[in-house]
Write a protein that binds this ligand. Sequence first.
Ligand code: AR6
Length: 169
Amino acid sequence: MNSRIELIQGDITTLEVDAIVNAANNSLLGGSGVDGAIHHAAGPQLLDACRKLNGCPTGDAKITPAFNLPARFVIHTVGPVWHGGNHNEPELLASCYRKSLSIARDHNLRTIAFPNISTGVYRFPKEQAAKTAFREVNSFLEENELPVKVFFVVFDTENLNIYRNLLYG
Ligand code: AR6
């Protein structure tokens, strides 16, 4: 197992890391799930900052300060909605991880925490999403010194078991 990868179960909004990643939508103006939790915990300044970004294409990512969160930054990425798998969903999800990590590196960030992008409201199959996340994070870490540490934050038990198997299984 890569010692720069760690698994955490819980609420991503509580983490004191350099950046947490938000599973947002194209508007970047908030929503339910982890997006709602992040906006709630960060406070209304986050929405003001997001308004200035003019949205975000699927598979891309943008950064803001984290305001009232214990993290320093929020990297907002937009995962694909699952439409059966033949609409470029796997590549778009991979791109979310790569773009988020590139932004973290370019801001000299040492620690970053990812939720399980697209596996909630957007219905991406969890096992496949986890394998994609792993592959992309591993290959990015091989080629880059920053970020030093990547946390996968699982919220539901199904994802916990999937990630446990991939990491330690
Ligand atoms: N901390 C960590 N993970 C969480 C948290 C939390 N506080 N809350 C939920 N999760 P979802 P998506 C997990 O639906 O599928 C929003 O409305 C959750 O268990 O938040 O990418 C956006 O605005 C799941 O594993 O994001 C978009 O419209 C994972 O986060 C849309 O949902 C992602 O679930 C994005 O859908």
